[in-house]
Design a protein around this ligand. Structure first.
Ligand code: ZN
Ligand code: ZN
Ligand code: FE
Length: 744
């Protein structure tokens, strides 16, 4: 057959994932000549082949592409005939443009794992083994394109053996940027909490295993930050960690060696297993078999499990042969520690630190997911998933930087029909957090050579993210600001992920977000499209006694609702809520409630959960966010049917009848279950007249029981699977709100 020359363009995630060597190998197999190179859109090939070979070649591309690649499109066309002597990988010269993504960090692959445990391999037990199919990426990148010289591996000079692998197109480590070995790559260092190197006769891993066996707490430098680690089966060690970290009740994540160990601890569905062993290796929230260790997750039957995702963790667990608690090392209200300097503030928490000398450039927490009704729900989108590119259902006219919310903040940049969403950054509660957040904004813009024409931000005037938006706007005259209502952004984020183009009926059940009327919204029903939204219903406002204090103290919300129900009579009532106040306090709060002093109005369903938890004596003051909701989940009883009364008039949902009935209920489990059922009934009632797709978003839908019940009642309801329903999704939604914003 006649030889022709074809130009083939492949778009998608095809850079930094071993795509060109893969093409090179195919070229050897099909005996074709030509070139392959990276360009700003992906990978481009010039191929000299006959028609049949071309066809086979393209089929092979489509079916055999490397594990980390993701192909959006393959296009080919015939071009002027050229002659090639062989097939070559041509180096990229240009910086490329923003349509190329930074690849996320990926867990160790099976081939590397085999080599890691093969005594004959030269990387036997090398804790930083990697290849083009696995290993660190995002966390070590300073800049694009993703080349070794733009990563923190640039400080390591490759040895001869590594270099020959790195430059051999047929090798699995061809252009594996973090390549290294015992001779030339990063190394471990074990120190005590004073920074003194410890004396020991074995290697660092063995010594660390011994320390863990002795019940010590070891800070271990991982991919995107440090973990605080201890033996999960050692009650004293876990208790010590709780005390030192001042974390009395919040469940700890547990890392297990393999699926067998995971199954010893928990019930794991097929989808949960797929997630656990996936290349992203997130923390997966699963049901514990029995209250295995009440210190790991006190009073809560779910734990977060994950598998080792680096060779280092794998080596440790393989030797230790028991589960470990692995919790992010950070100081309250501060981001995850990414260097020794920041870690040292935790000296009082850890006994030893297992350090290594490869810098973490971009901090990145572990991702957290759960499965509800066979659907993946992302609770924290970070390592393995981020940064990610979301394809939009249309093109943006302007470049947009969206600054997210104040809690669980993320940032996004939008251009053409793409959004790049940062990993979870965290709560902007302290100076260090805000600095870290600003650094993330700076990094994302620099790496993508991005200049925003529009800045999108939350409506809340006191969010740190809003303040940052104003600073950016002040210093960039040509940039236009766009404030976006919080719950509208929640719904838009789902619409973006699901590429929805039609009007939807959005239910935003949330903690709190700033409303158009200055109230704290959070129980909203809104008809939305990309033009705007209409708030068609909401929970009747109630007062949050003590303002922000009410967010951590369910008893304040409950008391306020009790005043709404019974007025002054509350002072003589005897229930778990009133009992948690002194009579002096009760009288004082009655006055502030009456006068509305420091008592902002809210329609938040999150706060309603808190109130119910308080009224039933389940939780009066929370030790961590979401605690009351988790406790309510525990008490849900599937066998209980029925629900309580609620009012629905003038487009407002009145929950007071519901609370009145809850107070009459003798059985706490019945009360909780009927409360959940009532929320579903409320959604059904308000949604009934609308013939629109039902979209659910907002932090309250992290509640497994509620989400499960709503999905059972409305199997077609749309939730996001890749983007968190909590405020981690806000920045994506904000971008969507700008499509009709013009710069003039
Ligand atoms: Zn590998
Ligand atoms: Zn080497
Ligand atoms: Fe929110």
């Amino acid at each position: 057959m006649e030889l022709c020359t074809y130009k083939i363009s492949i778009a998608g995630t095809v850079q930094g994932v071993g795509f060109r060597p893969f093409i090179y190998t195919l070229a050897q197999r099909y005996l074709v000549t030509g070139t392959v190179s990276n360009n700003s859109n992906g990978v481009e090939m010039i191929l000299n082949a006959d028609r049949l070979t071309l066809k086979q070649f393209l089929i092979a591309v489509e079916y055999e592409y490397p594990p980390l690649a993701c192909i959006d499109s393959i296009k080919h066309k015939e071009i002027t005939y050229q002659i090639f002597d062989d097939f070559q990988i041509v180096e990229t010269k240009d910086k490329g443009d923003i349509s190329v993504n930074i690849p996320p960090d990926v867990s160790i692959c099976t081939e590397c794992e085999k080599e890691l445990f093969d005594p004959k391999n030269r990387r036997y037990e090398y804790p930083f083994i990697n290849c083009t199919h696995c290993g660190v990426r995002y966390s070590i990148v300073y800049d694009l394109p993703y080349d070794r010289s733009h990563t923190s591996m640039k400080f390591f000079q490759m040895c001869k053996a590594c270099e020959s692998e790195y430059t051999n197109p047929l090798d699995r480590r061809y252009h594996a940027q973090p390549i290294g070995c015992h001779d030339c790559g990063p190394r471990l260092k074990l120190m005590d909490n004073k920074g003194q190197l410890t004396q020991f006769t074995t290697n660092e891993i063995d010594k660390t295993v011994t320390l863990l066996e002795e019940g010590k707490i070891v800070a271990i430098k991982g991919i995107g930050g440090y973990h605080l680690i201890c033996d999960a089966s050692n009650k004293d060690a876990v208790t010590k960690l709780r005390k030192r970290k001042n974390r009395p009740r919040k469940p700890f994540a547990v890392m297990v060696l393999n699926m067998n160990m995971a199954r010893d601890l928990a019930f794991i569905s097929m989808i949960e297993e797929e997630l656990l062993v996936s290349k992203e290796r997130p923390i997966v929230i699963v049901k514990m078999k029995e209250m295995h260790s009440s210190v790991i997750s006190p009073n809560i039957s779910r734990i977060g499990l994950f598998l080792p995702y680096t060779p280092l963790h794998l080596l440790l667990l393989d030797k230790l042969k028991r589960p470990i608690v692995a919790t992010s090392a950070n100081i309250t209200d501060e981001p995850i520690c990414t260097n020794l300097e920041s870690l040292q503030k935790l000296q009082g928490v850890y006994d030893y630190v297992l350090e290594h000398n490869r810098d973490i450039v971009n901090g990145c927490d572990d991702s957290v997911v759960m499965v509800v009704k066979e659907q993946q729900v992302m609770l924290r989108r970070a390592r393995g998933y981020a940064p990610v590119r979301v394809k939009l259902p249309f093109s943006l006219k302007h470049t947009v930087l969206a600054l997210g919310a104040n809690q669980k903040s993320t940032i996004s940049i939008g251009f053409d029909n793409h959004v790049i969403l940062s990993p979870h950054i965290g709560d902007l509660d302290g100076i260090a957090s805000v600095e870290y957040y600003e650094k993330n904004i700076e990094t994302l813009q620099r790496v993508y050579s991005f200049k925003p024409e529009i800045i999108a931000y939350d409506k809340h005037p006191r969010y740190e993210s809003t303040k940052v938006a104003f600073e950016i706007l002040k210093s960039n005259e040509n940039t236009v600001g766009k404030e976006v209502q919080h719950h509208y952004a929640h719904i838009l984020a789902v619409m973006a992920e699901k590429q929805i183009r039609t009007k939807v009926f959005g239910v935003a059940f949330d903690g709190t977000g700033y409303g158009d009327d200055g109230r704290l919204w959070g129980g909203e029903f809104m008809v939305c499209d990309y033009e705007g939204y209409e708030r068609v219903s909401h929970l009747e406002y109630f007062k949050l006694l003590g303002g922000v204090k009410a967010i951590k103290e369910p008893k304040r919300v409950a008391l306020s609702l009790l005043f709404s129900l019974y007025g002054k009579e509350v002072l003589t009532l005897n229930n778990p809520t009133t009992k948690s106040f002194s009579s002096v306090e009760l009288r004082a709060y009655y006055t502030t409630w009456q006068k509305g002093l420091n008592a902002p109005l809210s329609s938040s369903v999150g706060r309603l959960f808190d109130a119910v938890a308080s009224l039933l004596g389940i939780c009066q003051v929370m030790s961590f966010e979401g605690e009351s909701g988790m406790m309510l989940e525990e008490l849900f009883d599937i066998s209980v049917k029925g629900c309580y009364a609620f009012g629905y008039e003038n487009k407002k949902v009145d929950v007071l009848p519901l609370l009145d009935e809850i107070l009459q209920e003798k059985d706490i489990s019945i009360a909780v279950t009927k409360f959940f059922n009532t929320l579903v009934e409320i959604i059904a009632r308000v949604y009934e007249p609308y013939d629109l797709p039902l979209v659910l978003s907002g932090g309250v839908f992290q509640n497994r029981v509620l989400l499960g019940l709503v999905l059972e009642r409305f199997p077609d309801a749309i939730i996001s699977n890749m983007i968190p329903p909590n405020d981690g999704g806000i920045s994506l939604g904000q971008i969507m709100a700008t499509i009709h914003t013009s710069r003039s």
